[in-house]
Design a protein around this ligand. Sequence first.
Ligand code: AKB
Length: 316
Amino acid sequence: MTKNILVIGASGQIGTELSLKLREIHGNDLVIASDIREGNEELMQSGPFEILDATNFSDVESIIEKYKIEDVYLMAAMLSATAEKHPMKAWSLNMDSLFHILNLAKEGKIKKVFWPSSIAVFGPTTPKENTPQTAVMEPSTVYGISKQTGERWCQYFHDKYGVDVRSMRYPGIISYKTLPGGGTTDYAIEIFHEALKNKAYTSYLSETTGLPMMYMDDAIKATIDLMEAPSEKVKIRSSYNLSAISFTPKELAEEIRKHIPEFSINYAPDFRQKIADSWPSDIDDSEARKDWNWKHQYDLAALTKKMLDGVAETFE
Ligand code: AKB
């Protein structure tokens, strides 16, 4: 059965690879990529693209009507570090875009919605290790507050209006095709670029800061698997904990050194340290594993190898 799919925020780090994968699965013409700015060449040339401001309700509505969209992946968001610098702008982008999509789904104009949450929903009072699905949530960042609020609204629209919305709490997503922008976990991408270019990296997080992370291919698989799962298997309608691996900057540097022995790292924590300190170091995602068979593939060694090969290719 064919269906038209809209990806909002398609030019971003996750949106780009998600759109390309969806085009591979469903056919290029059926996956409409949209963003406030154009994306990379592969994205722009492989299928339809629309310039779209996710905060503008009538623009979003007209794209959905124009293409008779069934599924929406709402990937547009301002991430944790940038959101601390622009709190109100972050709030309106992260919340307005979600309300537009939830309201259009409530009106029956969209069948299924994917909206990513984040480990940022947790805060300093949350248990840090093996953080359970249901735990104290007192996020201390604007981004985290917007994601926690968004989760509550997803649950509400599902319970009250029957909206088929699905969500997961992304850890730091590691990839090389499109650079991330403004996240706290971005160090784990920058480090590969610097290791290959300069054989040295200064980390803005301390050597012992452990955070949950995941290779991009695992994140894309999780996202599509959750969206394609039969509705009755999706038992959590706020957002699923999702995890793969956890590591510190020191552990990542040691893994890189297995490939580049002369690589050196030093540490100069900045404002992002406080954000990272408020987040869990690893997450219990047993509900996702049980409900829709989530399984990750990439461990630290496999992720490191993929990143070094992939980043090296982008330099050619
Ligand atoms: C960020 O660092 O802000 C994001 C996230 C963990 O959601 N990568």
